[in-house]
Write a protein that binds this ligand. Structure first.
Ligand SMILES: [Zn+2]
Length: 468
């Protein structure tokens, strides 16, 4: 069975249309023992092949819905996430925003609609489809071209569900490795070459997808706890003509089918149902990763490229392989974050992410922590680089040795003109990723939002408070 839903409109008033497929039987039973999968394409309006692949899958489901949907509760498609961009054959939307870099601030109509749909419909799995250009200047200089028909990846932000340090999802890494192996092997059997998404940077560093949370893959999975899979098909070369296009459309269609097959295998299905069905909830004191760095792996990464001269595949040993992510800073979750009313842009972004706003109960002591930053460390005596922070009774809170944030505790009676966000709400850990001033992935780094350190003053009180 099929039904359509409009989840929003673009700047040029084009509808964002979701097509739902479901099995009659399960819908009647309102059965929640099967997976919900959300598949989207076209965030980048100039990437068309993924949309053609989705057409094929939707045709298959239309022709034989009940059989195809045996393993799933529902599959929803957003075939064209950027209708304005696709009309112009451009990467961005009508107002020039790259939608797959807008999943943190959610400034575009399109990303707002996608997030609000994911929040309401709550899919277990999301597949985000793209196309990638195989030719990169610095690789061409070495006579190398990316060779794989398909690149796939999973969330990589350390605060997302993939984090090896989060033990509430046991066996996650085993399951993800099984996912990569399964998809690669089954595609290989059809002469389609697939690898985990891999970037060789001009510096020579080799890593997988970015850890930032501005894209759909990391943002949706970190905020909502779904497994978000990236599926990239290689752009065909012009000289390969229709045959080259057909090869990539088929490769993306097959990759989609194989991912669905992997999801329908009972062990994984049950895993995602039991683990991802419960919204990830947070408690005071939980550790959330807010900074990390890439470390060099012990072993090399061997990857196939195309030799641009011989046009033949060539295996390259990449020795600066840095996929191993080390968390360099955890933050312990407070009870809540308090955002001043005048920081309206921050409040607006939190609203777009679906966070619930609260007030504090009256007539109770409030324990707050606030951050203080100084760039004038050691001003009194430039040779001694330290600065002491004192409590009201002159006891030392912290001695600052270098330019940095210090956290100061205080008990207060009232806290007016603030909006309170409790971390106990679904996805509360994401508040720390967004709001902590030392979060490498957060809002602090956007100067225009008015919460970052200003170079015109020596001292800076970070406006967002922690309520502990
Ligand atoms: Zn793209």
């Amino acid at each position: 069975m099929i039904f359509k839903e409009i989840i929003g409109y673009t700047y040029l008033h084009k509808p964002l249309v979701i097509v739902h497929f479901y099995h009659e039987k399960y819908k009647k039973l309102n059965c929640n023992l099967r997976l919900k999968v959300f598949i989207m394409a076209g965030q980048h309006g100039d990437e068309k092949y993924g949309q053609f692949a989705i057409n094929r899958l939707m045709q298959l489901l239309t022709d034989n819905c009940n059989l195809q949907m045996e393993s799933f509760f529902e599959i929803a498609f957003l075939k064209n996430a950027n209708p304005d961009g696709s009309i112009q054959n451009q990467r961005t939307n009508a107002i020039g925003l790259d939608l797959n870099r807008d999943h943190l601030r959610l400034e575009s109509n399109e990303t707002k609609a996608i997030h609000s749909f994911v929040r309401d419909w709550n899919p277990h799995i999301i597949i985000d489809i793209h196309n990638y250009p195989p030719r990169r200047k610095h690789l061409i200089a070495k006579n190398l071209i990316y060779y794989h028909d398909i690149f796939i990846d999973v969330p990589t932000n350390p605060a997302s569900i993939t984090s090896t340090t989060i033990d509430h999802l046991p066996n996650y890494n085993t399951i993800i490795n099984d996912f990569f192996d399964f998809v690669k092997l089954h595609l290989k059997n059809q002469d389609i070459l697939c690898e985990r998404y891999t970037i060789v940077k001009p510096s020579g560093i080799v890593r997988h997808s970015t850890i930032d949370i501005v894209d759909a893959r990391n943002s949706l999975s970190t905020r909502y706890g779904n497994l978000t899979i990236l599926l990239e098909g290689k752009n065909p070369a012009k000289r390969d003509g229709q045959k080259g296009k057909e090869h990539i459309i088929n490769a993306q269609f097959q990759a989609l089918s194989i991912i669905l097959k992997w999801l329908s295998i009972s062990v994984n299905r049950n895993y995602f149902l039991t683990n991802l069905n419960d919204k990830r909830t947070s408690s005071i004191g939980d550790k959330v990763a807010i900074r990390s760095k890439y470390n060099k792996n012990k072993s090399n990464f061997t990857m196939t490229f195309k030799d641009s001269i011989t046009k033949l595949p060539i295996e390259i040993d990449l020795n600066d392989y840095s996929s191993y992510l080390e968390v360099t800073k955890y933050i312990k979750l407070p009870n809540a974050y308090a955002v001043p009313l005048h920081n309206s842009q921050i409040i607006e972004i939190l609203k777009r992410h679906g966070f619930v706003e609260n007030k504090l109960p009256d007539n109770q002591d409030i324990n707050i922590e606030y951050y203080y930053y100084t760039s004038s460390v050691g001003n009194d005596n430039p040779t001694i680089s330290s600065r002491k922070f004192l409590n009201d009774d002159n006891s030392i809170i912290k001695e600052l040795k270098k330019k940095s944030f210090v956290k100061i505790k205080k008990k207060i009676k009232t806290l007016n003109n603030y909006i309170i966000y409790y971390i106990s709400q679904p996805g509360g850990h994401f508040l720390a990723v967004l709001l902590e001033p030392r979060s490498k992935y957060g809002l602090y780094r956007y100067k225009d939002l008015g919460i970052s350190y200003s170079t015109t003053s020596n001292d800076f009180y970070y406006p967002i408070l922690r309520i502990v």
